[in-house]
Design a binder for this molecule. Structure first.
Ligand code: AMP
Length: 571
């Protein structure tokens, strides 16, 4: 029985399996390699996943969930049709549909999988992913970190002279950097860094802003206009940033009956996005510093994530790392293919030794202090209140560090210890995790000494303890960074909940996807086009009712062509 490799992504998921000479991606019921990580529950309690659910985000947003990977490992619930679902359960629906695609493809039952997770996922998030696998009926013996999977996909681990690799993953909304070290068959994730506010969408937004400015379009756009602007800008982005042949892109859009046009050249695109490209530098530097490496130590640079298809990103990577940059494999498929390699290794009882820095504190934890700073560092915040790191990022956990501070003025009676997560010196730019107020012994003449201890344990619990040095008075509090573990009772309940839901027959998935697309297009269009969509849908439903497979297929393909044309017209 084959073991499958799964890339459980934030926006799209993929499944792969080893065939004769290498891993291949298994297509879904719609014949596509990418399955959107979207889940929707219909009125009759049918679970819809993938492309059809993505369409339902527009037609039935209240009962559709997406991007739930972001809350993996947290006690966060999505309400669909009046019931709460955790990210574990929603991920389980996606995994179930991938499992089914694999079973159809292989013609046998599939019960085991290797699933990829981001390198920065902590123990909670990893356990939650395994739990999702279990709910979907998959034994998940191994999780593989995404950068390691990318390295396996390129076979880097088998190259004898390979010591260090850096993986640059630029997706739609985030940029992740990981440094891998190879040593005697072991892959070690040495450091991770990133910018969770930088991704391909920012390049699209820059184009939109440029277009609106060029055309002097002021004021707020309606949600539909924003969506249209986005689509126009993304299409232009693909053209001007093409790796082999960047071309000027004609952009046009109609607002309140008036048509606006502009031509975006590759040169203008480069000028308006150069600041975004420069932002790639800092996380790369951070990851290299944390791993104690210099550019010359890097033997290989792997590019992954859809946005690394842009010429400016490859040019940037090549400017920094020279000819060590590799990107020949489709960046959407690298991780799934790598997971497939590990699945095959497991199948033959050759496991890979991977030590992952899971047990690290991925972000710096600090408290705010009043400090006079040299002019270049001077912040605009009140009286130079800055974050003073207590636990630095990438510190192995469990860890307990104490730092001594002093009251700002003699006679001070209280102190407040603010706790921040993040790398900025400016408190407002970091994530505030909470604060602990404590009394200080009254001392009219001198500053009182206070010890602040941060203890970070393996489960993501951060304990903050404040001790007044002069009298030993201690106060503490615990900040839970999110513990997702479902109790055994909750798991049993989740299983029951799943049993009560209906699953679409695999053969029907394509038909449901096209019907959902028809519904969305109907909402988005007007007049004659609406009528045409309704007529076509009625004819298709009649074909479905007759249950003649050949007729259904022909009709569906016709609808797909017409609807694709409508889509490009509407946008
Ligand atoms: P991912 O999350 O890895 O699927 O990446 C999504 C991002 O990649 C989006 O911002 C897309 O616009 C961008 N992207 C995908 N394909 C291309 C392409 N051919 N050229 C430029 N950007 C792309």
């Amino acid at each position: 029985m084959a073991i499958i490799g799964i890339d459980l992504g934030t926006t799209n998921s993929l499944v792969s399996v080893w065939r004769d000479f290498g891993p291949v991606i298994i297509p879904n019921a719609l014949g596509k390699n990418l399955t959107p990580s979207f889940v929707s529950i219909k009125e009759d309690n049918t679970i819809v996943t993938g492309q059809a659910a993505k369409e339902m985000l527009i037609t039935d947003p209240e009962n559709t969930a997406y991007a739930f990977k972001r809350t993996m490992g947290q006690r966060y619930f999505y309400s669909l049709r009046g019931r709460d679902y955790s990210s574990i359960e929603l991920s389980a629906f996606i995994l179930s549909s991938l499992k089914r695609d694999a079973e159809k493809f292989l013609g046998e039952e599939v019960t085991e999988a290797v699933i990829s997770v981001p390198a920065y996922f902590n123990q909670n998030q990893r356990r939650a992913t395994q739990e999702a696998g279990k709910l979907a009926g998959l034994k998940v013996e191994r999780l593989i970190s995404e950068p390691t999977a990318a390295a396996l996909c390129y076979g880097i681990n088998e190259q004898p002279d390979m010591k260090n690799a850096i993986v640059l993953d630029l997706g739609g909304g985030t940029f992740d950097v990981s440094i891998l070290e190879f040593f005697e068959g072991i892959i070690d994730v040495k450091s991770v860094s990133g910018d969770n506010r930088l991704g391909g969408e920012d390049f699209t937004k820059s184009i939109s802003a440029w277009f609106l400015f060029e055309n002097k379009i002021m004021g707020d756009l309606t949600p539909a206009e924003i969506a249209e602007m986005n689509k126009v800008a993304e299409t232009a982005k693909f053209k001007v940033s093409d790796k082999t042949n960047p071309q000027p892109a004609e952009m046009a859009m109609t607002i309140e009956g008036k048509e606006y046009r502009s031509t975006l050249t590759p040169e203008t695109f480069s000028a308006i996005t150069s600041d975004l490209v420069m932002r790639l530098k800092s996380p790369i530097k951070k990851a290299m510093n944390d791993a104690g490496l210099h550019v010359a130590d890097i033997d290989s640079v792997i590019l992954m994530g859809g946005a690394t298809r842009m010429k400016c990103i490859t040019d940037f990577a090549e400017a920094v790392f020279g000819d060590k940059v590799i990107s020949r494999i489709n960046p959407d498929e690298t991780v799934a293919l790598g997971a497939g390699v590990l699945a095959a290794m497991k199948d033959c009882n050759h496991d890979l030794k991977e030590t992952v820095l899971t047990d690290i504190c991925p972000f710096t934890l600090s408290t705010s202090v009043l400090k006079s700073l040299p002019a270049p560092f001077s912040t605009n915040t009140d009286g130079n209140i800055i974050c003073d790191p207590i636990i630095e990022r990438n510190t192995p956990v469990p860890v307990s560090i104490v730092k001594r501070y002093y009251t700002s003025v003699p006679g001070q009676k209280n102190i407040r210890v603010d706790v921040y997560q993040g790398e900025s010196m400016i408190p407002e730019e970091n994530l505030s995790l909470g604060c602990l107020d404590s009394e200080v012994p009254y001392n009219k003449k001198e500053h009182e000494a206070i010890d602040v201890r941060f203890t970070y344990d393996i489960n993501g619990l951060l304990e903050v303890e404040v001790t007044s040095v002069s009298n030993g008075y201690t106060k503490s509090m615990v900040i839970n960074q999110g513990n997702a573990d479902l109790s055994d009772i909750e798991i049993a309940e989740a299983r029951k909940k799943m049993e009560n839901l209906k699953v679409l027959p695999w053969e029907d998935e394509e038909n449901i996807a096209i019907l959902e697309k028809a519904k969305r297009l109907y909402q988005e269009s007007i007049g004659e086009q609406r009528k045409k969509i309704l007529d076509l849908t009625t004819v298709f439903e009649t074909a479905l009712a007759k249950q003649i497979p050949e007729q259904i297929r022909e009709m569906r393909e016709k609808l797909e062509r017409i609807f694709d044309d409508y889509d490009s017209e509407i946008w």
